[in-house]
Design a protein around this ligand. Structure first.
Ligand SMILES: *Cc1c(COP(=O)(O)O)cnc(C)c1O
Length: 410
């Protein structure tokens, strides 16, 4: 039976996370199902940004000694509990793309170049493969692709140095068994770097408990750090003194303010810093991470799954009759999004929804993604978003001519 509005409201009345919605500044009339692409703005972020702006004006260069310089490791420690990591294991810096480059080079160096193949997955977010290709081009290493749906075990051998995998796939939302796969890769003598872009802030993550040594992620999606907010990098405590990372800049030097002629890596996670970062970009993220410290991740996961299922339950009958394919994995194997395919009109349907204030996103070819962010979405929001979806598809509103032309960012 299709869920009623009253049943959605009832779920809201019993929602232990309901109080968080008021702590986000969402525009009036918007139903935001794209927090898996850019998270909404925490109200505290605005104040934090204003404070740093004024600190720049009033304190000038002294600001670097007032929390700007050590922000990468301070925010890393704030973020660590959400990832199942300990203090000194996470640094907030650069972005996923650069952090992958740093970790790949670090692993190659730590293995004394005994292995020469970097394996990445076909069909994953392309930057993860592009950066492997770039590193291989400049070092003579070899790039190997694990085809989508292929069996990882078939692609591992004694030449593989490192594997880059996403814990949750950006298109399908499929969740991998991080502990089992990490064990498999390490049995073969290789390392795996986990990309947490679609799992950090979307569900409980247990890096230490899963035997993970290396991971990267971003903070502008589920973690609500703001557009272009810095990414993060995790290295297990026992694996932090094995070599150099290739972006060997002065902020990762053992004594950055000695201005020595030769590079010497800083101890611990600090060697994964590069050069000067934007203090302004760290301010809203720090406010957001403080809010995250209050969140019960078990309750978050339960609500995330319930929101996704509510959306599907409201629309299942429509999918069948309108040629829409629901490729979302079963509940136990999914992240925090619902992925629907309409080959011909996926783009136009998403545009028609955006025109109604229901924001999801489109990924070619044909894929409509809807992200579920339990801190600022209510069950009623999701019910209403599904109602709009049904109306757009049933009336073919998406065929309006203005909806068919594409913007640069989709
Ligand atoms: C969003 C995303 C990225 C983005 O990388 P940036 O360097 O932060 O732009 C990388 N990998 C995956 C899997 C993503 O979903």
């Amino acid at each position: 039976m299709t869920p009623t509005l009253e049943s959605a409201r009832k779920l809201d009345r019993h929602d232990p996370l309901a109080g968080f919605k008021a702590r986000f500044a969402l525009p009036e009339g918007v139903l935001y199902l794209d927090g898996n692409s850019l998270g909404a703005q925490p109200r505290d972020a605005r104040e934090a940004l204003a404070l740093t702006r004024d600190q720049w004006r009033d304190e000038l260069v002294k600001g670097w000694n007032q929390g700007w310089f050590d922000a990468p490791e301070r925010l890393g420690d704030l973020l660590a509990p959400l990832l199942g990591a300990g203090p000194g294991e996470v640094v907030v810096s650069d972005n996923i793309t650069l952090n992958l480059f740093k970790l790949l080079g670090y692993i190659i160096d730590s293995q004394k170049r005994a292995r020469s193949v970097i394996l990445s997955e076909g069909g994953n977010f392309p930057s993860d493969s592009y950066i492997a290709q770039g590193l291989c081009r400049f070092t003579g290493l070899e790039h190997r692709v694990l085809p989508e749906g292929g069996d990882l075990a078939d692609y591992l051998d004694e030449r593989v140095a490192a594997v880059v995998l996403s814990q949750v796939h950006y298109r399908t939302g499929r969740l991998r068994d991080m502990a089992a796969i990490t064990a498999l890769v390490r049995e073969q003598g290789a390392e795996v770097i986990w990309d947490l872009a679609h799992s950090a802030g979307a569900m409980p993550v247990d890096l230490n408990g899963s035997g993970v040594r290396y991971a990267v992620g971003c903070t502008y999606k589920y973690l609500n750090g703001g557009p272009g907010a810095p990414g993060f990098l995790y290295v297990h405590k026992d694996s932090q003194a094995r070599g150099w990372q290739p972006l060997s800049g002065w902020h990762g030097h053992a004594a950055p303010f000695d201005f020595e002629g030769d590079y010497a890596p800083a101890p611990g996670i600090l060697r994964f810093r590069t050069g000067t970062h934007s203090a302004l970009a760290y301010a809203p993220l720090e406010a957001s991470l403080r809010l995250w410290r209050e969140v019960d991740m078990t309750a978050l996961r339960a609500k995330s799954l319930a929101l996704g299922e509510l959306f599907q339950d409201c629309l299942t009958d429509l999918f069948e009759s309108k040629g829409i394919e629901d490729i979302t994995p079963p509940v136990a194997e999914r992240g925090s999004q619902v992925a629907l395919i309409h080959r011909e009109h996926g783009y136009a349907i998403v545009q028609a929804l955006i025109a109604r204030g229901v924001i999801g996103d489109y990924r070619a070819p044909g894929l409509m993604r809807f992200g579920f962010t339990p801190l600022y979405l209510s069950y009623e929001d999701v019910w209403q978003a599904a109602r709009h979806f049904r109306e757009v598809v049933e009336t073919r509103e998406y065929l309006g001519p203005a909806l068919l032309t594409r913007s640069a960012v989709t």
